[in-house]
Design a protein around this ligand. Structure first.
Ligand code: TYM
Length: 331
């Protein structure tokens, strides 16, 4: 059975982007795969996190994942810092990856902007830790949104270089698993920017803890243009907000964008937004309600993560022990 690994940063409440781009696939891949899902708190601190907020957000994310249908009994759910194998392998990968490779990472450039000198060294080597996350389990399938593709390619380059340098076939090739629709959900306020849990504007995103009223309001306020919806997908060219809303509807209703336009082409945004709100509420509200039920018992959430960490460690420790032996570390 193939092993799946994926992660999410506990830096806020998961958004509809996280859900449609990744979490929904995590849930479906649970049938027929052995899955390891991780709240990547080591990645989170590559930018400043208030300690109490980090703890709260880690519990919140665990709750959203469970409410979305992650099964912590058949599969493994834990937080990254509780399994030391990640940091151990990341150090080795820091010494395998080349600076030139990291210099090409667009996410670092986007996050650091012009003020490169003032960002943490951790943010720069972030992709090496991500490669270690996956390779510590010798996972082969990685369900992610479109923005993580470049990191997955880098993980393959690192694994290949490790295998080559040490003359072994130790780490496998990995494959990104990106959904056909909504692989890149955009902000509701600006169709050219990614929907993000850390965007300062709450109106820019649907959070997976939003209830019907909040969803309706955010969709009503979502930026659009004055034209009605086109009847062909070509007509979405140059209309990023319209494209995004049609893409969201398609992903939520399991349709293609063309099928959405077959139904709604020629409509103004008023009725279309109402239809979109209906499908969104159907999908998000049950998750929001279950999340708030689970959050009432933080002790249970922490137990789930602790149990997950023990099982994760049982898989990853022997793999990282062997990587260290290959490198030449005495034990
Ligand atoms: P993070 O926390 O930014 O996002 C978690 C997952 O959600 C996807 N995603 C989106 N998909 C579609 N539209 C969006 N607007 C959107 N925003 C986020 C992301 O692609 C991701 O799949 N580096 C990762 C976490 C990570 C990881 C890993 C992932 C650490 N180690 C190992 C896979 C394997 C990140 O920051 O995700």
């Amino acid at each position: 059975m193939q092993r799946v690994f994926s992660g999410i940063q506990p830096t806020g409440i998961p958004t509809l982007g996280n859900y449609l781009g990744a979490i929904r696939n995590w849930v479906t891949l649970q049938d027929g795969h052995e899955c390891v899902f991780c709240l990547v708190d080591l990645h989170a601190i590559t930018v400043w996190q208030d300690p109490e907020a980090l703890r709260t957000q880690t519990r919140q994310q665990a709750a959203v994942l469970l409410a979305s249908g992650i099964d912590p009994v058949r599969h493994v759910l834990f937080n990254q810092s509780a399994v030391s194998a990640h940091a151990r392998l990341a150090w080795i990968f820091n010494c395998v990856a080349r600076l030139g490779w990291l210099n090409r990472m667009t996410q670092f450039k986007d996050k650091a902007g012009k003020d490169r000198e003032n960002h943490s060294a951790g943010l720069y080597v972030y992709p090496n830790l991500m490669a270690a996350d996956i390779m510590a389990y010798k996972a082969t399938r990685v369900p992610v949104g479109d923005d993580q593709r470049q990191h997955i390619e880098l993980a393959n380059d690192i694994a290949k270089k490790f295998n080559h340098d040490y003359g072994v076939e130790f780490f496998p090739e990995i494959e990104a698993f990106v959904p056909p629709e909504a692989a890149r959900v955009m902000s509701l306020r600006d169709g050219t920017k990614k929907m993000s849990k850390s965007d300062p504007s709450e109106q820019s995103r649907i959070e997976m803890t939003d209830e019907a009223d909040a969803i309706a309001l955010k969709i009503r306020r979502a930026k659009t243009d004055p034209e009605p919806l086109p009847s062909e997908t070509d007509g979405l060219e140059g209309r990023p907000e319209a494209r995004n809303l049609v893409g969201l509807y398609a992903a939520l209703a399991d349709l293609t964008p063309q099928q959405v336009l077959d139904r709604h082409g020629g409509e103004g945004f008023g009725p279309f937004k109402q239809a979109l709100t209906d499908v969104l509420v159907d999908r998000v509200e049950p998750i929001a309600k279950e999340t708030s039920r689970l959050l009432a018992d933080p002790g249970h959430l922490e137990n789930v993560l602790r149990g997950g960490a023990q099982r994760a460690s049982t898989i990853a420790s022997p793999i990282v022990d062997e990587a260290e032996r290959l490198v030449g570390f005495l034990r």
